[in-house]
Write a protein that binds this ligand. Structure first.
Ligand code: NAD
Length: 211
């Protein structure tokens, strides 16, 4: 049976990968768990526990080979291949994500966008075209798209999710501030920057009351 791996561990792997790439660039071939953990301001126990879910890495008293651990983490995260994504809602957020180059570096390629606004549909950009919703099934199949990114107003999010699911999407990255009801085989991730920002305001408020 597969071990249940905490979602936080999976997210931290991306941070480990980023830090390892930094050290590799600085020509550090071997790195200790303590140095890597200190760099990321986490405990080295946490780092070792996270990695232990996936096997044995590095050598006791020596450390990790940056290159080998980079390769292993890329493999664990499925970053050694390309993944195709589409955006539903080509507004402020959808457009920004569609043109962000960083995803491509991770192997996630946004191949299409969908919108209901006639002024946006059929616009061609160098690596992306905006389609009407009735083209979704055909485009998702043709481009072998696995990930759907929802960036529509919250009132339209449930409908967008339903459509993505019936068109064969496997995973949804939901940016709309609403809890979606999707079939259990669909991998769903909600991301809300407002919640992260309000955790900042909580700390700021407490700082002010202490002063
Ligand atoms: P926007 O109004 O600029 O864009 C929304 C786009 O969705 C428009 O192009 C509109 O035509 C399109 N649309 C509307 N209904 C649709 C439908 N049924 N199918 C397809 N397209 C449809 O809005 P925005 O500022 O880009 O925000 C988009 C969403 O992202 C909102 O739900 C907003 O609350 C959310 N948001 C989330 C975060 C976050 O951190 N998760 C941050 C900012 C905004």
């Amino acid at each position: 049976m597969l071990k249940k791996i905490p979602e936080e561990t999976i997210v931290r792997l991306s941070y480990y990968l980023r830090a390892l790439l930094y050290f590799k660039e600085k020509e550090t071939p071997i790195i200790s768990s303590k140095r890597l953990a200190d760099f990321l301001k986490i405990s080295h126990h946490q780092l070792r526990k996270d990695l232990s879910y996936f096997g044995q890495f590095g050598r006791k008293g020596v450390g990790y080979s940056c290159s080998k651990l980079i390769e292993s983490i890329r493999d664990i995260l499925g970053l050694n291949r390309e993944w195709s994504a589409c955006v539903v809602g080509f507004g402020n957020l959808g457009r920004a994500l569609s043109f962000y180059r960083g995803f491509k570096d991770e192997g996630i390629i946004i191949r299409a966008a969908f919108d209901i606004n006639e002024n946006k549909i059929n616009k061609d950009y160098p690596h992306l075209k905006v389609y009407s919703l009735d083209k979704m099934e055909k485009v998702i199949k043709k481009e072998n798209i696995q990930i759907g990114i929802i960036a529509v107003p919250k009132t339209a999010a449930e409908e967008a999710a339903k459509k993505l699911c019936t068109c064969g999407i496997k995973a949804i990255f939901n940016l709309a501030p609403v809890k979606l009801d999707v079939p259990k085989e669909i991998i769903l991730k909600d991301v809300d920057l407002s919640c992260q920002l309000t955790s900042l305001t909580y700390h700021l408020k407490n700082l002010e009351t202490k002063q």
